[in-house]
Design a protein around this ligand. Structure first.
Ligand SMILES: [Zn+2]
Length: 244
């Protein structure tokens, strides 16, 4: 039976002489694996649909639970991602995060929309790091590890001195209310997080943050995500090395 899915290529690996195996993140089926034949031959008709970042409508043939791409139509090539290293590294983090932290055949409409939105922002606009931070913050929410409130969990103040964060409870504390397992983070990180907290990517990218604040926030969100999921998104290191 043939099925049609809207999907982005998370990963593409060589298989046999001329084929590839794609990891797709699709609206309809979540993450799936699909073979695509002959795409390494010159002039192959479906070559475009086998490149990382390609967003296409795929026609898949299903046989014994395995998918093979038999047709594809472009929705977006996200071509700018290949022209700027910062855009390339930033969107690689989005795709790797999706790949590592989603299960096969678990469709999630909100997550698909969030991810495509994030890649679009990185491709078409400036504010790449803020778009990534907003993606991570919203993604953490969808995973169920969301930070519920930005004010001090003890006295409910907007913190403006020393800031402490408990990964275990996902809560912030001021210096008077701090609890034992909360670690200190910089005020700059906290204020950067506050400025994009509870915002969609569209609204978050309207906030202009200094580069140092964006990087600190990225490191904080990476640390928190890793603590909660025990997954190490390797491309974040490449991105941080590149922008530092
Ligand atoms: Zn307090």
């Amino acid at each position: 039976m043939d099925i049609i899915v809207n999907a982005i290529v998370l990963k593409s690996v060589d298989y046999k002489d001329n084929d590839k195996i794609l990891t797709l993140y699709s609206l309809e089926k979540g993450k799936i694996t699909a073979g695509i034949k002959g795409v390494k031959k010159s002039g192959a008709k479906l070559k475009f649909a086998s490149e990382p970042f390609a967003l296409c409508e795929y026609v898949l043939a299903e046989r014994a639970g395995r998918y093979t791409v038999i047709g594809a139509t472009y929705i977006d090539t996200f071509f700018n991602l290949r022209l700027s290293l910062e855009k390339y590294y930033t969107s690689s983090v989005i795709l790797e995060t999706l790949n590592l932290l989603t299960g096969e055949n678990e469709p999630d409409h909100d997550l698909f929309t969030l991810a495509i939105n994030a890649v679009k922002h990185v491709n078409y606009q400036s504010g790449e790091l803020t778009a990534l931070n907003s993606f991570l913050l919203n993604f953490i929410n969808l995973l169920g590890y969301g930070i519920q409130k930005i004010n001090c969990n003890g006295c409910d103040c907007k913190i403006d001195g020393r800031v402490f964060f408990s990964s275990r409870f996902a809560e912030f504390y001021c210096s008077s209310c701090r609890i034992d397992d909360a670690m200190e983070i910089t005020l700059e990180t906290y204020e950067a997080l506050s400025s994009i907290f509870n915002k969609s990517i569209e609204d978050a990218v309207k906030v202009t943050l200094p580069r140092t604040a964006e990087v600190k926030l990225l490191k904080f969100l990476t640390y928190y995500l890793q603590t909660k999921t025990e997954v190490n998104v390797k491309s974040i290191k490449s991105l941080i090395d590149f922008i530092s």
